[in-house]
Design a protein around this ligand. Structure first.
Ligand code: NAD
Length: 454
């Protein structure tokens, strides 16, 4: 099928490449000319396992193209995907300016019937607003062209986005149009061969499904972080508790690792947006508000703990940090808990030596050049002369030093303060007498490979 995707971010680029890979003819449109030029040359602007190969091969096969020319995009696709950002507005609601801008652009160039498919995460009722925006422009043009607006929320996880799109566990489609449903069934047929993954519903339910999914996952994270805080104070071990509750199939092992709080481009903004939506219809979202409050507090736990360990000041101290992106296998630092960590350390006077396996370039862009930050090429370089190590799981793949190498690196070997960490094997026998991980007794080797966000 002929498909156009507006927006070549984590969602649009991956979906576009995957749809091309299963044989569709895909054009990706973006307003960022530099990004489009790089993509045309086969350069991928984000770190996502498997994406480079997918884009290279499909560009070469002529099934995937990139352009800034919206008119060309609208003329090309029978299905027009909207995969642009929906950042939080000042009041926490989802900012729909990019979504509505694409809707108006489509209406401006549309010459024949089209189906608009919304992949961006948008509040309930957005499909109606998109339809209104299209209708208004068509009316201005005096054009009478049929169109449909379908909701098709995206559930991919950054760091595993290609695999998730190749083998989605569900494809949610919101539409009341039989013709649009047929189009989406044809588009996704290659993903449904093993069994039907399509869950078809009305548009509003599809829009809410996306928020409900992210809110549920954020709730699990905030819940286990609350239990971790409780475990610390009661002398229990959250790792034992985690295994104890995860074995119950009604609870499951996923998303019950304590850590530095959830972050990333989705959970924080989506929880906020859902709270805003609930309040806008006069409904107090008490669970969601508590989830958000717990997360805000959790993001401060690690820096506060390090500062407290050193008596309230980090002046003259060097803190090593492993893991800067909001989770492993991505370079995305949007709302990463490491931002709060580093700012907390700097506020107390620390020098920071930081390493991330894939987000170094992004960290350079986010933090800029500053005298109290040294971005190090390897985990061990970050440890050189450090008083303490703060680690999140994305430091994990390359970070498993032996105790001998630890001792060689660390200046005072006095403290390893970890939110979450590598494997017990890595920590066993280290010379650092104080190890702390969220919800565990002081001195307990961290052994959970915690996930801090989706
Ligand atoms: P992103 O910020 O990485 O990319 C958005 C892209 O849209 C940018 O390249 C931008 O230049 C482009 N754009 C903006 N206005 C445009 C326009 N008028 N025409 C064409 N292109 C335009 O965003 P993302 O992370 O891919 O997220 C997109 C949407 O998908 C959001 O609503 C997000 O909540 C949702 N989502 C994201 C994820 C994720 O893991 N990132 C997962 C599921 C859903």
């Amino acid at each position: 099928m002929k498909v156009t995707v507006f927006g070549t971010g984590y969602v649009g680029l991956v979906q576009g490449a995957v749809l091309a890979d299963v044989g569709h003819d895909v054009v990706c449109v973006d307003i960022d000319a530099a990004k489009v030029a790089a993509l045309q040359a086969g350069q991928i602007p984000i770190h996502e396992p498997g994406l480079q190969a997918l884009v290279t091969s499909n560009l070469a096969a002529g099934r995937l193209a990139f352009t800034t020319d919206a008119a060309q995009g609208v003329a090309h696709g029978d299905l027009l995907f909207l995969a642009v950002g929906t950042p939080p507005d000042e009041d926490g609601s989802a900012d729909l300016q990019h979504v509505l801008a694409v809707a108006r652009t489509i209406a401006t160039h549309m010459q024949a019937p089209r189906t608009l498919v919304n992949k961006s995460t948008v509040p309930v009722g957005t499909a109606d607003r998109v339809a209104d925006a299209v209708r208004a422009v068509l009316a201005e043009r005096g054009a009478d062209i049929a169109f449909e607006v379908v909701s098709n929320p995206e559930f991919l996880k950054e760091g595993a986005a290609v695999a998730d799109c190749m083998r989605p566990d569900r494809i949610v489609v919101g539409t009341s149009s039989a013709a649009a449903e047929r189009q989406l069934r044809e588009l996704y047929a290659p993903f449904n061969r093993n069994h039907d993954r399509m869950v078809v519903m009305d548009v509003k339910s599809a829009e809410l499904t996306k928020y409900a999914a992210n809110a549920m996952l954020a709730t699990k994270i905030s819940f286990i972080n609350e239990m971790a805080g409780l475990a610390e104070r009661l002398g229990a071990d959250i790792e034992a508790v985690r295994r104890g509750i995860g074995s119950d199939p009604r609870i499951g092992y996923h998303f019950i690792y304590p850590g530095a709080g959830y972050g990333g481009s989705c959970f924080p903004k989506d929880v906020k947006a859902l709270i805003h939506t609930a309040q806008s219809v006069g409904f107090e979202p008490q669970v969601l508000q508590a989830v958000e409050r717990r997360n805000d507090a959790q993001r401060r736990v690690l820096p506060e703990r390090i500062v407290a360990h050193y008596g309230g000041s980090l002046a003259g101290r060097t803190i090593a940090v492993w893991g800067l992106a909001f989770k492993p296998d991505t370079d995305d630092m949007r709302e990463a808990p490491s931002r709060d960590l580093l700012h907390g350390l700097w506020a107390a006077g620390a020098q920071v030596r930081a390493h991330d396996p894939v987000a170094m370039e992004e960290a350079r862009r986010v933090f800029g050049a500053r005298p109290d930050l040294l971005l190090c090429d390897t985990p061990l370089q970050a440890l050189q002369g450090a008083d303490a190590l703060a680690s999140s799981p994305n430091g994990r793949p390359s970070a498993c030093p032996t105790s001998r190498r630890w001792r060689a690196c660390s200046r005072t070997a006095s403290c390893s303060t970890a939110a979450t960490c590598t494997t017990r094997r890595c920590w066993r026998g280290t010379a650092w007498p104080t190890t702390r991980s969220a919800g565990r007794r002081c001195g307990t080797a961290p052994d959970a490979t915690n996930s801090i966000a989706a």
